[in-house]
Design a protein around this ligand. Structure first.
Ligand SMILES: Nc1ncnc2c1ncn2[C@@H]1O[C@H](COP(=O)(O)OP(=O)(O)OP(=O)(O)O)[C@@H](O)[C@H]1O
Ligand SMILES: [Mg+2]
Length: 336
């Protein structure tokens, strides 16, 4: 994943439409797309390239990629699948507006925005994950491939950045919807990244058997994107995640929704123990490796802690240089 920090943010004054929206509060009139809208037919399958470091959008000084980092396994062309027909259960929660400019300012993918290098990179990353999820549903590979843990060894390596961007990217899929779960109970940041209000979340549902987890889920006005807050941290978070109740709570997140992908924004594996407990409940984990920061020993230690998950993919984040010359977005005919 390229370091996006040098991408200039457009001037910050509100646009004409935004000012008009502020005056008339059009959001009260807008009806968000329902998650159980008919599924559009799947387009021809794409061949996903390897999710490896890509080139930088700026003229940053070249740095060799860390030698210890193995690239994500090469994907194969996904098989043509039957479109899922089971009805998608609609979550009961309110639909919230997500400020697109707030997303842009944090280098997050802007739904229906221009094709950027960032968007292209996450298209490549998600394709492999969706392929594994779809194979898992057919009984190939580990169970629960639709549950993806985004983790890293240490704080600040880009877990939330990648989890939110991945969720925004998957929400744009025609055949999938996505539930982004803030599983960093001690230091939640998904809600602030998306500009959503706080409320009860996963930890509350784990701690209180009378609270249905689906009641904690927030809908958004980004079609196909739902969010489950972390909830209130208890001091016994790890024990609650390790309890037998967790399996049934997580099962409810995909009940009646065969096309739903659940992304967990994890705490750092070497700093908070819930990460390794969560790894036992997911079919895939994405280990974020920060190009200028993550050391080999820390990475190996973190991989050991996540060994409850059979399928761990590595994602190299914040690269400034691609030895193979990858350059996405505006470099290839797209206008930004
Ligand atoms: N590829 C990138 N390009 C630009 N900025 C990035 C990139 N990856 C991460 N960042 C920025 O780095 C900072 C740390 O990222 P983030 O909060 O996602 O890390 P984290 O692993 O979730 O941290 P924590 O462990 O504290 O939850 C954020 O400001 C984020 O926007
Ligand atoms: Mg985080």
């Amino acid at each position: 994943m390229t370091d996006q920090s040098k991408i200039p943010v457009p001037p910050s004054g509100p646009s004409l439409i935004e000012r008009a929206s502020g005056a008339f509060d059009w959001n009260t009139l807008r009806r968000p797309a329902l998650p159980d809208a008919p599924v559009k037919p799947r387009a021809a399958p794409e061949v996903a390239p390897v999710a490896a470091p890509v080139s930088a959008p700026s003229a940053a000084p070249a740095q060799p990629p860390p030698a210890a980092i193995a690239p994500v396994a090469a994907p194969v062309a996904p098989p043509v699948q039957a479109v899922p027909t089971a009805p998608v259960k609609q979550f009961a929660g309110h639909y919230h507006h997500i400020d697109r400019r707030h997303l842009r300012e944090q280098c997050l993918i802007e739904p229906d925005g221009p094709v950027t290098g960032l968007l292209e990179e996450f298209r490549i990353v998600k394709r492999q994950l969706l392929l594994t999820a779809s194979e898992s549903r057919q009984g190939i590979g580990a169970p629960h491939g639709e549950r993806i843990l985004v983790c890293s060894a240490l704080p600040g390596e880009g877990k939330t950045f990648c989890a939110v961007n991945l969720a925004l990217s998957i929400a744009a899929e025609k055949d999938n919807e996505v539930l982004l779960v803030d599983a960093d109970f001690a230091k939640p940041s998904v809600l602030s990244a998306l500009g959503l209000p706080g409320g009860p979340g996963l930890m509350d549902a784990l701690a209180d058997p009378s609270l249905p987890v689906e009641d904690c889920i927030l809908g958004t006005d980004i079609p196909g994107l739902f969010v489950l807050p972390a909830g209130n941290s208890t001091g016994s978070d790890t024990e609650f995640v390790a309890s037998s109740r967790t399996a049934s709570v997580l099962d409810r997140l995909t009940q009646h929704a065969p096309s739903r992908i659940v992304i967990f924004d994890s705490p750092p594996a070497l700093a908070a123990s819930p990460a390794s407990e969560l790894a036992m409940h997911v079919g895939q984990a994405v280990m974020i490796v920060r190009a200028d920061r993550t050391g080999e020993a820390a990475l190996r230690d973190a991989l050991n802690l996540l060994s409850g998950c059979e399928d761990i993919k590595l994602l190299l984040n914040c690269t400034k240089f691609s030895p193979t010359g990858r350059r996405f977005g505006s470099y290839y005919g797209y206008k930004e």
